[in-house]
Design a protein around this ligand. Structure first.
Ligand code: FAD
Length: 457
């Protein structure tokens, strides 16, 4: 008998429960990836992510070939393509990973109906894309946790399944055509310094991270110029690494750095369980606050300055330029640029979330939208009215100004923390800088935000 394994956000061979279940129960397996027309149509096919995806698929194919198999690639409507492949391979069942977005749920339901109508089964596996399945942990009076700390307490007590390695051999039915792997070469508009995708690159990065980086993580994760975080987020987004394996291995590495790192992995699960329970939170306010954001038209110039990294606030501009150049931004940068857009400029969080999704290699519906809501005060932040001051943030998390000088070369001549306040230069020195004045005074922004808050309550 034959099984199909539908790969989605789990592009790996190690610790892959759907693949293992399929290999346990079948003589032959079709490892299938469908380039889904609906995902492209919804605007989620950002070039930076497609480039990383192309690497992931090429690496998955290479890994399967080493084991006697290959990846089968199709393009079009995912349900139609899976059904077509099932017929072509004469498969009895399809295995896939559980996922949380409204789209993923809809896909699963459609697929189940279509397969059952053909007398075939769909088997959906948990703990492939999350450590703890969304919905497994609930507080007494709700279907999900709205506050991280109690969630984390329960999450930490949860027993984990054992992990396992990549299969030794994969036999794919010969008559099933392979299809065409997408290629980076077909893409344009890519950020110049994108990371390499794929399980092989991910496992290398993970090994290096656990050997050295993780030990200093607790002390250094907020240091903007130190770049002392794992940068594993694109691998977690595409599932080239197993989150369960990451937790096991980090716990084995031990120490305060590893503990702090595991806590961040729990944030990822936390946002997933929020989105699973409240699927509209991808676009609607999680907490209704009746914000009357400035219209996009009225704020057009401010939004443009923010996107391009020329707001006149050096640390904001540095972070926005890092995003455009690398398709990635430091978490502290994400927090302060999101606070700046939604609170200081009082622009709707959806405008910022969209821009991030257009560029981030790790752009992820649950993590991006819910972190944006957190920063905007419409989400799960228990202090929704706090406003981050970009000058204070810069001085604190980039005390010697190195991050600003790296990304904003116009300020390269400003030594130390002076890079955070170019307006303090006088006369000719200020005029010689090819760098804009602030788009808004911080006091004015704060005032606007407070007035809006008072109108709301
Ligand atoms: P590390 O610090 O090494 O953390 C390890 C892993 O933990 C990360 O790879 C990530 O999977 C997870 N993690 C860390 N912080 C968070 C968090 N706050 N929420 C959820 N998971 C977390 N993360 C994304 O993966 N995709 C996004 O689209 C995304 N958008 C964001 C938008 C905003 C406005 C903010 C404030 C944060 C966003 N984050 C997003 C969360 C976080 O900034 C990134 O996960 C992190 O910067 C990735 O870098 P890293 O892998 O080096 O993280």
């Amino acid at each position: 008998n034959v099984s199909v394994v539908l790969f989605t956000a789990d592009l790996r061979l190690h610790d892959h429960p759907p693949l293992r279940a399929a290999l346990d129960g079948s003589r032959e397996v079709v490892p299938l990836f469908v380039r889904d027309a609906a995902v492209d149509g919804a605007g989620f096919a950002a070039p930076n992510r497609l480039a990383f995806l192309a690497d992931c698929l090429a690496d998955l194919d290479a890994g399967l070939r080493e084991r006697g198999g290959r990846l089968v690639v199709r393009e079009g409507d995912v349900v139609e393509e899976v059904c077509r492949t099932v017929t072509e391979a004469d498969a009895d069942e399809v295995h896939m990973a559980a996922d949380v977005s409204a789209y993923a749920r809809h896909r699963e339901a459609r697929l189940r109906r279509a397969l059952e109508a053909r007398g075939r089964r769909l088997l959906v596996h948990d703990t492939v894309t999350t450590v703890v399945p969304p919905g497994e942990l609930t507080p007494a009076a709700s279907d999900h946790f709205a506050v991280f700390t109690p969630y984390f307490r329960r999450w930490s007590e949860q027993g984990l399944r054992d992990t396992f390695g990549a299969p030794r051999r994969v036999r794919v039915p010969e008559h099933v055509g392979s299809g065409r792997l997408p290629s980076r070469a077909d893409l344009s508009g890519l950020s110049p310094a994108l990371p390499a995708g794929g399980e092989t690159a991910g496992r290398k990065r993970l090994a290096a991270w656990l050997r050295s980086g993780v030990h200093a993580y607790e002390d250094r994760h907020d240091d903007l110029s130190g770049d002392a975080t794992s940068r594993l987020s694109p691998h977690l987004h595409f599932g080239t690494l197993s989150p369960v394996e990451l937790v096991h291995r980090a716990r084995r590495a031990g120490g305060p750095g590893a503990e702090a790192f595991v806590r961040q992995l729990a944030w990822r699960d936390f946002h997933r369980q929020v989105l699973a329970a409240r699927q509209d939170a991808a676009s609607a306010d999680y907490r209704t606050r009746h914000d009357r954001w400035r219209s996009e038209r009225a704020a057009r110039d401010d939004i443009e300055a923010w996107r391009e990294g020329r707001t006149g606030y050096p640390v904001v501009d540095a972070a926005m330029r890092q995003l455009r150049h690398e398709g990635w931004m430091h978490n502290r940068g994400r927090l302060l640029t999101a606070s700046f857009l939604t609170k200081t400029l009082y622009v709707d969080w959806r405008v910022g979330a969209r821009h991030f999704l257009d560029l981030l290699v790790d752009g992820d519906l649950a993590n991006n939208q819910l972190n944006w809501q957190w920063a905007a005060g419409t989400g799960t932040d228990t202090r929704p009215n706090r406003v981050l001051n970009p000058v204070a943030q810069g001085r604190r998390y980039d005390p010697d100004g190195a991050y600003v000088r790296r990304w904003v070369p116009e300020l390269g001549a400003l030594a130390g923390a002076a890079a955070h306040e170019p307006w303090k230069l006088r006369g000719l020195d200020r005029a010689a800088l090819d760098y804009p004045d602030p788009v808004v005074e911080l006091a004015e922004g704060l005032d606007r935000f407070r007035r809006a808050r008072d109108r709301r309550t």
